[in-house]
Design a protein around this ligand. Structure first.
Ligand code: ADP
Ligand code: MG
Ligand code: ZN
Length: 616
């Protein structure tokens, strides 16, 4: 404990002691003894034990006995004391022996007694204020704000570059422009180019988001200011916003530079659902961030990179143009990516020349970059323990187990069985999409992507369409059910892997019936009032304005649409089973295939647009 915090502790104890004394004192003053019931007072008067009664205010009375003791009692507020005592059978004679004194209820008395009750509260408030002030002065990192501004954010100069980030070629390409800009902002500004302000890095834990942000800064040779969203959450009220202000101020002074906001979802969750007021702090922090970003001039030359693995929960305001309008995705690496990452991390470590990193890469589907770094580290430890001069294959193999079991794992190993199911599932999506003319062309299929168990199939919307035709929606439904259809066809069983697909399908089919007037039976009507938080652009609840019978009808229609789509998906995976097998096998082998590779295995049938971008 340093001297400051120990003196703080003494102050704290002192205050607690004073508080306790005050409290006891107050109690002693107000009730000397246990309050008497009014009937006991009447009894005492009848027995001639009472010499004096003082009526204080409306209901409190003080009873002083003949032998000098004092007690408190209460009378009914709206009758006089004499009347009440008479009610208990006290006679006028008996009453005459008692000296009854009525104190005029003074306004001050009320205020004073009120103040007495308030005292403990005032005291607590003072205590809090005191702690707050102390905290402001203390050196505690979590509490330091206000005073030690200058030291708070010192931009670091990361030494990592893009070569340290392996297997994320697309992401690097997308960020190359940011690097260019940071290197020579003048060049871009002179040409009046619109510079990205915010870039959102999206990806599961351990996929190198932080690493990538640092690499951008390292590549460009500019300072790196970072803060984590979860830090804000732990802070005192009103601190988050001022911290954001300080951060941006510091950064602007060092421009060109990068501000990195890690775990932005911690502050950037959707605002305003209004359940409980405890989100105020977060909202203020978020608002301040938005204000700062909007306040950037074209020549501010600060780029904000934020990272999250939950882009779905972010406040839409963050994603608006001029804020985090660029999104760069980091997926879990496929076999090739994993081998590249292993190569980065074995650099500088003695390796057995016989080692086969490709085999290790094939044995670690589902691993993220952080897991692979961990794996190399564990294998080095094992080799050292075995007094080996170099890391060999056995150590690497064993390290896989350790990472899978270890506490630091960011992902889990996908088993062979799971891998097979995911491969057919994703292939199913791709096959169905390619077989239906109206569906979007396939862009990329992977079995290691994001999500939990997950593969992903990417589609390239053929145009920037705003309107969706009925046929197009039906095609999308079939495509979304292609995964499950393939599972059923190949394994004669189905898994939970399709839960997202099914959710999406249900939502779309329901919208067709209740909102888009796309069901013949239900007609062109809207069913149900949607209550929307208009300014947030999202709905919070739906109000039913139709009968149970209609609800049933809607359910029936939705079910019919989904069943049709599933039937179509099943027919297509059956019809193109050969291609399904080819794609799934390829996926098992290389884990992710792009558009060209996919179309080689399954050329788009007649009339179907290729996913290859048409020259404009
Ligand atoms: P995230 O921020 O996405 O959770 P990190 O950037 O913290 O992930 O990654 C943790 C570590 O994992 C990095 O420091 C790096 O050593 C390793 N790592 C992750 N991805 C890669 C990659 N693509 N290439 C090389 N190393 C990686
Ligand atoms: Mg990170
Ligand atoms: Zn799916």
């Amino acid at each position: 404990m340093n001297s400051r915090s120990s003196s703080f502790f003494v102050y704290f104890l002192l205050l607690v002691a004073i508080g306790a004394m005050l409290y006891v004192g107050l109690r002693d003053n107000s009730n000397t003894a246990e309050p008497l019931t009014i009937s006991r007072v009447a009894g005492q008067v009848q027995n001639g034990q009472v010499s004096r009664i003082i009526v204080e205010g409306d209901d409190v009375i003080r009873v002083i006995t003949t032998n000098g003791t004092e007690a408190e009692s209460r009378k009914e507020p709206d009758t006089t004391l004499v009347e009440q005592l008479r009610g208990f059978g006290v006679t006028s004679e008996q009453l005459a022996k008692v000296d009854i004194e009525v104190k005029a209820p003074s306004a001050w008395g009320g205020v004073l007694s009120g103040a007495l009750y308030l005292l403990p509260i005032l005291f607590m408030g003072g205590l809090l204020w005191f702690i707050f002030r102390q905290a402001q002065g203390s050196n505690n990192a979590a509490m330091s704000f206000g005073k030690s501004r200058a030291r708070m954010f010192s931009g670091e100069h990361p030494t990592v570059t893009f070569t340290d980030v392996a297997g994320a070629e697309e992401a690097k390409q997308e960020l190359a422009e940011v690097v260019e800009f940071l290197k020579e902002p003048q060049k871009f500004i002179q040409l009046g180019a619109r510079i990205p302000k915010g870039v959102l890095l999206v990806g599961p834990p351990g996929t190198g988001k932080t690493l990538m942000a640092k690499a951008v800064s390292g590549e460009a040779g500019v300072p790196f200011f970072s803060i984590s969203g979860s830090e804000f959450v732990e802070m005192f009220v009103g601190v988050g916003a001022s911290r954001v202000r300080d951060l941006f101020e510091q950064a602007k002074r060092h421009s060109p530079c990068i501000i990195f906001v890690d775990e932005i979802d911690a502050v950037g969750r959707q605002r305003g659902a209004g359940l409980g007021g405890s989100h105020d702090e977060r909202e203020q922090t978020l608002n301040q961030m938005l204000v700062e970003m909007d306040g950037f001039d074209t020549d501010t030359n600060v780029i904000i990179i934020a990272a999250t693995n939950r882009p779905d929960i972010l406040d839409p305001a963050l994603l608006r143009p001029g804020r985090f309008d660029r999104r760069v995705t980091l997926d879990r690496p496929d076999v090739k990516g994993r081998e590249a990452i292993l190569n980065v991390h074995v650099k500088g470590k003695p390796l057995d020349p016989q080692i086969n990193l490709g085999a290790i890469a094939r044995g670690t589907p589902g691993f993220a970059g952080a897991d692979l770094e961990n794996l190399v580290n564990e294998s080095a430890i094992l080799a050292a323990r075995r007094n080996k001069k170099a890391i060999g294959q056995p150590e690497m193999e064993e390290a896989i187990e350790r990472v899978v079991m270890g506490p630091e794992r960011k992902s889990r190993l996908i088993s062979d069985e799971e891998k097979r199911i995911i491969a057919y599932h994703e292939a199913g999506h791709a096959i169905v999409a390619n077989a239906i003319i109206e569906a979007d062309p396939v862009q990329k299929v992977t079995i290691v992507g994001r999500g939990q168990a997950g593969g992903v199939t990417w589609f390239r919307p053929d145009e920037d369409r705003i309107l969706m035709s009925r046929k197009k929606i039906l095609a999308t439904l079939a495509m979304a059910l292609g995964g499950r259809a393939a599972e059923e066809l190949i394994f004669d069983d189905i898994t939970s892997g399709a839960s997202n697909d099914i959710e999406q399908v249900t939502r779309m089919a329901r919208a067709m019936v209740t909102r888009l007037g796309m069901s013949a039976e239900m007609g062109t009507l809207v069913y149900g009032q949607k209550e929307e938080l208009i300014f947030l652009g999202r709905e919070i609840s739906e109000q039913r304005d139709y009968s149970d019978a209609v609800a049933e009808q809607i359910d029936r229609e939705v079910r019919k649409i989904v069943e049709e789509a599933y039937k179509q998906a099943k027919n297509l995976v059956k019809k193109y089973r050969k291609q399904l097998e080819l794609v799934a096998q390829k996926l098992l082998e290389v884990e992710s295939i792009n558009r060209e590779e996919f179309e080689k295995l399954f050329p788009p049938p007649n009339g179907k647009k290729s996913g290859t971008p048409q020259p404009a």
